[in-house]
Design a protein around this ligand. Structure first.
Ligand SMILES: Cc1cc2nc3c(=O)[nH]c(=O)nc-3n(C[C@H](O)[C@H](O)[C@H](O)COP(=O)(O)OP(=O)(O)OC[C@H]3O[C@@H](n4cnc5c(N)ncnc54)[C@H](O)[C@@H]3O)c2cc1C
Length: 405
């Protein structure tokens, strides 16, 4: 058992009972649509355990976990062994899906296998926003001291704006969550609010330092500058540099909108800090979810650096299909990156992804449409249509599907 699991049931939801939106014109809904097309057991059980929750798919957690447990326990081809695995066999197909709270013994084994630098134990995540939601009239593009190309979006703050932001930041509630190892704070991952409490100017001399950045509109250096950095190749998602935080999500939503240009920002991810064991997938995994050093070894779930119930279950389906295909001597499946699952897996296994951070399903990771509609809802619906067409091709490849009913 992990410290978060309580029941011994398979498929236990450790926190929220919501599997998020079902609407296909949302990123989570689209991922579900694709998982259903791949015969997701998790979603079949969720449908049977559903409780009313508007457009979201929420479940009675006991019924849900009970159904999954029943299917697995009674399946003729599955033997359930309730034991800690501390060594990985190297000579038969194996899927490692031990999640964010992977046990210590197996973590050590993974470190030995992949190298110490390739296993992370915490998420220190800064929030991310979509490019289209920021007010570019208030922001300028530049690199500090003009070094390299103008890669950063810079939000200049006046003294009054900075002081107001600082005041709100240090007064905000903190999400305690799991205890955070203090060592982490000294490893360059100090939460922005902790840094802010060290003094009124600490941020201005730290991540918000304005030096080397001249606002072209005023021709002057601002009092402080918040920098946003591109997070995906398409440039549609931007991360707030140095803004890892333990603030509650509602507080982040309120306080980070005080940053000039982010008043109407759409946050695709809030900052977080919690225990999360995950591997350096861009360096270690192929898009088939195979370990580069041993094609028999697959990884799936949150340990690959995806984040969330559905994202974890989705990668599980792909690893499962591919382990089966390996056993059958069939070519392995690489998901089309126009699907949400394909885009997620593509991103976590992209060897150019140098600043690897766990990621949720979101529209920003999909390749842009050839002629994107101006209306956001229409654009998302178009993404869903494009994914459905790609899924039809995938279904032909994996036909007959591997079914667990
Ligand atoms: C406290 C907490 C709250 C969360 N809340 C949410 C939420 O509200 N919504 C959301 O979408 N996501 C949430 N998450 C993330 C969520 O855990 C994942 O999205 C999802 O459960 C990951 O699925 P998984 O199958 O990869 O791992 P898990 O569901 O964690 O399953 C991994 C399993 O592997 C077992 N295991 C670990 N080590 C070993 C070993 N050495 N040998 C054998 N078995 C082992 C574990 O006991 C566990 O049963 C939360 C995570 C945590 C830790």
């Amino acid at each position: 058992m992990t410290p978060a699991h309580r029941s011994g049931q398979l498929g236990e939801l450790v926190c929220s009972n919501s599997l998020k939106s079902e609407l296909p014109n949302t990123a989570q809904g689209l991922l579900k649509q694709e998982m259903r097309a791949l015969g997701s057991l998790v979603l079949k059980c969720a449908d049977r355990a559903r409780v009313p929750a508007g457009a979201a798919l929420a479940v009675d957690r006991e019924i849900f976990a009970g159904l999954i447990t029943e299917v697995i326990e009674n399946h003729a081809n599955i033997e359930l062994v309730r034991e800690e695995v501390s060594h990985l066999p190297g000579d038969e197909p194996v899927i490692v899906a031990t999640g964010p709270l992977t046990s210590e013994a197996l973590s050590k084994e993974l470190m030995t296998l992949t190298g110490e630098d390739n296993l992370y134990f915490y998420d220190a995540i800064a929030p991310s926003v979509t490019l289209e939601s920021i007010d570019q009239s208030r922001i300028f593009k530049a690199s500090r001291y003009g070094k390299g190309s103008d890669d950063y979006y810079n939000c200049p703050m006046s003294q009054a704006e900075y002081e107001r932001f600082h005041e709100q930041l240090i007064a905000a509630d903190i999400h305690e969550g799991h205890r955070i190892d203090r060592k982490m704070f000294f490893d360059g991952c100090m939460p922005i609010e902790v840094m802010g409490r060290r003094g009124s100017d600490t941020l201005r001399y730290g991540p918000l330092r304005p030096v080397g950045l001249v606002d072209p509109r005023s021709g002057k250096r601002a009092w402080a500058v918040v920098q946003l950095r591109q997070e995906n190749q398409a440039g549609t998602i931007l991360g707030l540099v140095g803004f890892q935080t333990r603030l509650k999500w509602g507080q982040q939503d309120r306080i980070f909108r005080l940053i000039p240009g982010l008043e109407e920002a759409e946050f695709i991810r809030y900052g977080m800090m919690h225990r999360n064991t995950f591997i350096n997938s861009p360096r270690l995994l192929k898009p088939t979810l195979q370990y580069r050093g041993n094609p028999q070894l697959f990884f799936a779930g949150q340990i690959t650096g995806v984040e969330g119930y559905m994202e974890s279950a989705g990668t599980g389906i792909l690893a499962g299909i591919n382990a089966t295909r390996l056993l059958r001597n069939q070519p392995l499946l690489v998901m089309d990156n126009r699907t949400m699952l394909g885009a997620l897996v593509g991103l976590i296994t992209d060897p150019h992804n140098d600043e690897f951070q766990p990621i949720n399903a979101n529209f920003g990771i999909l390749p842009p449409l050839p002629a994107p509609a101006r209306d956001k809802k229409q654009r998302y619906a178009d993404y869903a249509l494009r994914s459905a067409a790609a899924m039809e091709e995938i279904q032909k490849i994996i036909s007959p599907p591997v079914e667990i009913n």
